[in-house]
Ligand binder design. Structure first.
Ligand code: LLP
Length: 439
């Protein structure tokens, strides 16, 4: 592979290659894998900052105030929460645990937004007690729970609207179409707005839409923003609330594979914000509300690299190879769940000549346990370290313990320093919840 063919845009900014070796912040990646043990995830701070900067640049096309809230479902830990809180981001949470980690990680409660399509009474109570910035009401059942609560101070609500639009992405990631479990159809949202206006302790201040994830074509997101603003106008005309917060959700696509579209993030964010500004001016014309962008994947995916060690190699009669590594669908279920396509690099020869296609599989008892269906690689030997880029989003957060596999250790690379973020799971961790009297 020629250096010009190395898919630089898929790798963290701190990755370099020279002398036929892959480096992260000046450290030999193959050695890192051996020293720190694999499977191992490393996040690169500079790459997260780069993505935040792309979002801030996009928000310059919005004439009002802007806020980036990180969709914590992409991956959350206390150190990552602190890292993002210090940079002034908000946080989207959907569970009591995400809420608690966000708060302990250092987010101000008013920068937390609570999402989810079936919020429990306990979650709503926890959110109100903490004083979160907004609870994003998904349906009339949740609204009923909120109406029956007796908070000491008024509760700020947004409505999640289902705009009846199909996002061009995997069917499991579509969330804005008719029949989706997420969000209120527009007529229902109007009903909810009327009920909130009649409640002594609830305030409607925002509208939210999120039509899906891993979307490269902005057109349907732009349509969803138009429909949201149209609804804002109707709600305000009826006197049911003043829309001070407008959120087109997250969902911007990020490439995983050299064949995926590589649209610069700042272009997507700028086009989206410019469209929203134009739509608000045309349909509403009043002062601009705060625009809340809610990225998960596009903020964090590129910063993460997964390292694995090669074990068994099976050579097939057609010249192909099945290369087994020490992680699989336990730490990355995305290939099995969505047919997600990744690429990989041999850490000791990132520019080495490929000798043919290989399938990268894990050690689990499932034929669906694969990380990469097909990738061209040089001659790989047992003990080699393989690096898979774009591993920062929805891998560790969807990790599981199938076959008793332990969750990997996670490090942050911050300008030359490697800082542990999460230790590797232990066998004791797995047995901790078992209720068992040894006698
Ligand atoms: N806001 C809401 C309300 C969401 O539900 C999501 C993602 C986001 C924002 C962030 O979307 P993003 O910017 O990350 O696309 N597990 C799937 C992705 C599921 C996304 C769920 N919701 C995957 O691995 O592709």
């Amino acid at each position: 592979m020629l250096p010009s063919q190395f898919p630089r845009h898929l790798w963290p900014l701190s990755i370099h290659f020279s002398r036929q070796r892959l480096f992260l912040g000046g450290r030999d990646v193959a050695e890192l894998g051996r020293e720190l043990k694999t499977p191992l995830y490393i996040y690169d701070a500079a790459t997260i900052d780069h993505a935040i900067a792309a979002y801030r640049r996009g928000l310059r096309a919005w004439p009002g105030r802007g806020l980036i809230t990180y969709a914590s479902k992409a991956w959350l830990s206390l150190p990552l929460a602190r890292f993002l809180a210090r940079r002034g981001l908000g946080l989207d949470v959907v569970s009591p645990a995400e809420l608690a980690i966000g708060l302990r990680g250092g987010f101000d409660a008013d920068l937390l937004h609570v999402h989810g399509n079936n919020k429990s009474f306990a979650l709503l109570q926890q959110a109100i007690d903490a004083g979160v910035g907004a609870i994003v009401v998904d349906n009339l059942h949740e609204l009923g729970l909120l109406e029956r609560m007796t908070p000491v101070a008024p509760v700020t609500l947004w409505l999640r609207v289902n705009p009846d639009l199909l996002a061009p992405t995997h069917v499991y990631r579509q969330t804005g179409h008719h029949g989706s479990k997420f969000g209120m159809p527009r007529e229902e949202a109007l009903l909810a707005a009327r009920r909130i206006a009649a409640s002594p302790h609830l305030r409607l201040t925002g509208l939210h839409v999120h039509i899906g994830s891993q979307i490269f074509d902005l057109a349907p997101i732009a349509d969803s923003v138009d429909r949201l603003i149209e609804l804002a106008v109707r709600i305000e005309k009826a006197g049911w609330g003043k829309i001070k917060a407008l959120s087109p959700g997250g969902g911007l696509g990020f490439p995983y594979h050299p064949d995926d579209p590589a649209i610069p993030l700042h272009k997507l964010t700028t086009d989206l914000c410019a469209h929203a500004a134009d739509s608000w001016r045309r349909q509403h014309g009043g002062p601009y509300p705060t625009l809340i962008l809610e990225p998960g994947r596009s903020l964090i995916a590129r910063s993460g690299v997964a390292l694995y060690t090669v074990g068994a190699i099976r050579r097939l009669s057609d010249g192909g190879r099945i290369i087994a590594v020490d992680g699989g669908m336990n730490d990355n279920i995305r290939p099995a769940l969505y047919g997600a396509r990744y690429t990989a690099s041999l850490a000791r020869a990132p520019l080495g000549d490929a000798v043919g296609p290989a399938r990268i599989v894990g050690p689990l008892c499932e034929s669906g346990d694969f990380l990469i269906e097909v990738v061209d690689l040089p001659d790989v030997k047992s003990g080699d370290v393989l690096a898979i880029p774009v591993s920062g989003a929805y891998q560790l957060s969807m990790a599981n313990n199938y076959n008793g596999m332990l969750r990997p250790a996670v490090f942050l690379h911050d300008h030359g320093r490697l800082i542990p973020m999460q230790r590797r799971e232990t066998i004791d961790d797995l047995m901790r919840r078992d209720i068992f009297d040894a006698n």
